[in-house]
Design a protein around this ligand. Structure first.
Ligand SMILES: Cc1cc2nc3c(=O)[nH]c(=O)nc-3n(C[C@H](O)[C@H](O)[C@H](O)COP(=O)(O)OP(=O)(O)OC[C@H]3O[C@@H](n4cnc5c(N)ncnc54)[C@H](O)[C@@H]3O)c2cc1C
Length: 366
């Protein structure tokens, strides 16, 4: 029986493990998921959890073990990788645990570099559900008592955060700062829709084409609460110096064959999600949507690889460029490649709930 080890219990790792359920139950594969947390989280929902404190717990599936039934879960952080094993600093163990593999999947995602937004998505966050929700609630309370907020970063997270805060805290003065055009990565029509919405928000000030250095904010940008939604950092530090180090690019992203998700120059190591290059969507976080679509295809390739069958290409991507943005709970905008979605459709699809119900259900589905 081949041993598949998946490192990372976020979207890529969990959906890949779930798609291997049949192969596990037939005794074809033994799957081990390495993840620091006892839960699975949907980072896309945390913005609403921040703005609406009583909803801080709504972006979590409480038990990763229940989500990936059949797979073994090692709770801990991978600290290095060799050509046949992953070393894990396992929670509660003084010595690292060796987890041997025949096939390996790296799915460790990324985080924002600045500590002001680490609560959104980081392997350094609390690993128990209660503590993690409490961590979110501390951030919610700080926001609730703020009179002024500055958000640096004019991408999806900055825009969504600004819109939610302006909506739920109409008395709070919010400033959104971007070094370029706000929403400049989106289709021009979508960018216009975003700007139209933002400029109508009475408590929002916009500063485009403004560069801010953390810790050196000018007086007019100093605020009770500051969020930097800039600087994507891939969680691949543990690969430095190991057998996969040569496949890392200068930013720390893992180079893969886009067709098979095999890591460069490797025949039994795959990678999925935010850490891979080339990604399909030009945004700081590749896209949970694409990752979710690709996980079952990767699972099929893992099954093929363990029986020596040829790997199948990922096929036509659902979209190479695009995004669906919530502009507060009552508005939205988005596109897939050149297809611009009606704003009311985005509002219904995303803005009301930020996919929380849908994603938690998908994590927990049998
Ligand atoms: C605020 C925000 C909003 C977003 N909104 C959307 C949206 O609306 N739609 C959308 O499609 N996408 C959205 N995304 C992007 C989406 O969340 C990511 O694309 C998706 O989570 C990527 O999946 P992943 O498996 O690569 O990484 P993640 O889901 O981040 O999972 C990585 C996992 O690996 C773990 N890990 C890290 N290092 C180690 C280690 N050394 N050992 C073991 N485990 C480790 C982490 O703790 C984490 O659990 C959003 C992202 C953010 C931050």
């Amino acid at each position: 029986m081949s041993r598949v080890v998946i490192v990372g219990g976020g979207l890529g790792g969990v959906f890949t493990a779930k798609a291997l359920k049949g192969a596990i139950s037939k005794g074809v594969l033994e799957v081990t998921l390495v993840t620091p947390a006892e839960f699975v989280e949907w980072p896309g929902g945390h913005i609403r959890g921040l703005a609406v404190p009583k909803e801080a717990d709504r972006s979590f599936a409480p038990s990763v073990v229940a989500c990936v039934k059949g797979a073994k879960v090692v709770q801990g952080k991978a600290i290095s990788v060799t050509s046949d094993a992953v070393m894990v600093a396992s929670n509660g163990q003084s010595e690292p645990v060796t987890v041997p593999y025949d096939l390996l999947v790296i799915a460790t995602g990324g985080r924002y570099a600045n500590p002001t937004t680490a609560f959104l998505k980081s392997p350094e966050n609390a690993t128990g559900l209660k503590e993690r929700v409490a961590e979110m609630q501390v951030k919610s309370s700080a926001l609730a008592s703020a009179k002024t907020v500055t958000i640096v970063g004019g991408g999806a997270t900055g825009i969504e955060l600004a819109c939610d805060i302006c909506h739920f805290y109409p008395q709070t003065k919010v400033t959104l700062v971007s070094k370029g055009t706000i929403g400049g990565m989106y289709h021009p029509k979508v960018q216009k829709q975003i700007m139209k919405h933002l400029t109508r928000l009475p408590n929002l000030s916009i500063k485009s084409d403004t560069v801010v250095t953390p810790g050196e904010e000018p007086a007019e940008l100093q605020a009770d609460v500051l969020y930097y939604t800039t600087g994507f950092t891939p969680n691949t530090e543990f690969l430095q110096g190991g057998s996969l180090a040569s496949a890392l690019d200068a930013r720390g992203m893992l180079k893969v064959d886009r067709d098979t998700l095999l890591v460069q120059d490797q025949s039994k190591v795959f990678a999925i999600g935010d850490i891979i290059t080339p990604g399909l969507v030009e945004s700081p976080f590749t896209s949970g949507y694409i990752t979710q679509q690709e996980a079952p295809k990767l699972a099929k390739n893992l099954i093929a690889a363990c029986s020596g069958k040829p790997l199948k290409p990922m096929g036509k991507p659902p979209s190479k460029r695009g995004g669906i943005l919530s502009l507060g709970p009552n508005n939205g905008a988005g596109h897939f490649d050149n297809f611009v979605l009606p704003q009311c459709v985005v509002t219904m699809m995303k803005s009301k709930d930020l996919f929380r119900k849908k994603m938690i259900h998908a994590f927990q589905k049998a």
